[in-house]
Design a protein around this ligand. Structure first.
Ligand code: SAH
Ligand code: SF4
Ligand code: F3S
Length: 433
């Protein structure tokens, strides 16, 4: 049978889709490129913002006719929307055959069989304290980067965030199994590994913390680049910085989510750090890793955010000078503490206005920081053709900067030296050295 699997959301979902591909391939399912050819269709979904969830409803609406006519025999929802809206989905969308949360993918073959043989719906949502899928080798997408989820779940309960409810509690996978998987990945030709976790630096297993694990990675022969995402500022140890400084394989890029700049809002968000804590951490990071690039996530218009609160966010953004930032408008998520405790009282147009102002500030900073790279030479790992100019290559520097250049004799997976000749807000342009 042919399966079509469509993935939304974060890198963890991309990784989970690779697990699902591996699990179903073992049971002789074949994967195809479009929903039109498939008898089984799964959407691996994201619930982090209202907009992400709306996308899923629209997509289900697109697929409705094919399910009704029987061309699609099994239609299922996986991932975070499945876990978060399990009841609502199964009751209001009778066309859904399977609703399975992120810890139940090993049961998918059984669920599909049940639906096909007995009809009716198959549901599986139980979140697990233990499931790490460390016995499944993901069916990876060819390319230069391989993901490894080293921990799953989140115990932080930031008040705006649905993830602890969709992904359950934190659990880490053994360092031994991670290193073994890294060796296998490198032997398959991937030069780069990205370690994933909802809260990656709270990793803790068999007496090893995240800094210990990072220190073990360069021992994997042939592994050229290691990245990680996303860390939480509260779990960022000095030792991790020194480990990063000591090993050229550990890329000098840190995605450090700020979320807000005002102490009042940070407290309401349960982020457990203050504006000053964050600025101090950034200073420490830059002291140990002077060249580091820093990126962040910020939410505008969280409950109770005044103009003065927002001014603190602008201030942190200006003081830190992030290389880039993902800026979001706050949206209320079901189950969360904020949804229960605080009214969503910032008017939508004010939220939008703040997102625009912050984006404009960040664009200027990003451009300035990129322009400062002109004249320097970086090692770039070629990922593939540039989207805008297909005769040129696109790749990332160690510092996570997208770089476009021409090199007719090179190919994806090659490492090259590129001298930066021009810079925009999002990309560097360069020539091969
Ligand atoms: N574990 C990651 C976050 C994953 S969600 C971390 O702690 O960094 C990715 C980003 O989505 C968050 O960093 C936050 O900026 C944003 N986000 C989460 N919930 C949101 C909400 N209710 N409204 C708007 N943005 C949200
Ligand atoms: Fe959500 Fe906070 Fe956990 Fe990140 S750390 S996943 S923002 S609860
Ligand atoms: Fe979305 Fe779930 Fe990831 S809510 S951001 S897919 S953890």
């Amino acid at each position: 049978m042919k399966v079509f699997l469509e993935t939304y959301g974060c890198q963890m979902n991309e990784y989970d889709s690779e697990l699902v591909r591996a699990i179903l391939s073992k049971h002789n399912y074949e994967f195809c490129a479009t929903a039109d050819e498939a008898e089984v269709v799964f959407l691996n979904t994201c619930a982090v913002r209202e907009g992400a969830q709306q996308k899923i409803y629209h997509r289900l609406n697109d697929l409705k006719n094919r399910r009704q006519s029987g061309k699609i025999r099994v239609l299922g929802i996986l991932g975070c929307v499945a876990q978060s809206l399990r009841k609502e989905l199964s009751e209001t969308i009778p066309l859904l055959d399977i609703v399975a949360g992120p810890d139940s993918y090993k049961k998918l073959p059984e669920l599909i069989n049940t639906v096909l043989q007995q009809g009716g719906q198959g549901f599986e949502f139980s979140l697990s304290e233990y499931e790490t899928y460390d016995d499944i080798v993901p069916a990876r997408v060819a390319g230069v980067n391989a993901w490894i989820a080293i921990m799953r779940g989140c115990n932080n309960f930031c008040t705006f965030c649905v993830v602890p409810y969709t992904r359950g509690r934190e659990r880490s996978r053994s360092p031994h199994s991670i290193v073994a998987e890294a060796r296998k990945i490198v032997s398959e030709g991937f030069p780069q590994i990205t370690l994933l976790g909802q809260n990656v630096n709270s990793y803790q297993c068999d007496g090893k913390d995240f800094a210990d694990l990072m220190e073990m990675m360069p021992d994997v022969a042939g592994l050229r680049r290691v990245r990680f995402t996303s860390p939480h500022p509260k779990d960022f140890s000095r030792r991790l910085l020194h480990v990063m400084a000591a090993h050229p394989e550990l890329c000098k890029h840190i995605h450090l989510p700020l979320q807000a700049g005002s102490d009042h809002i940070l407290e309401r968000m349960n982020r457990t750090y203050t504006k000053q804590d964050f600025l101090t951490l950034v200073a420490e990071i830059r002291q140990v890793l002077p060249q580091v690039s820093l990126t962040t996530d910020i939410i505008c218009g969280f409950c109770g955010e005044s103009e003065e609160d927002f001014a603190h966010t602008l201030d942190v953004v200006e003081k830190v000078g992030f290389d880039s930032a993902f800026i979001f408008k706050y949206s209320v998520r079901p189950h969360t503490i904020a949804a229960r405790k605080y009214p969503d009282d910032v008017p939508d147009e004010v939220k939008t206005g703040r997102v625009m102002r912050l984006n404009e500030l960040q664009r200027n900073i990003s451009r300035q920081r990129n322009e400062a790279e002109i004249g320097k030479t970086f090692e770039v790992l070629i990922e593939g053709p540039s989207k805008k100019s297909p005769h040129e290559w696109y790749g990332l520097t160690e510092y996570n900067k997208g770089t476009v250049f021409s090199a007719p004799d090179k190919k994806p997976g090659d490492f090259v030296q590129v001298n930066v000749t021009a810079a925009g807000t999002h990309t560097l342009l360069g020539r091969l050295v």
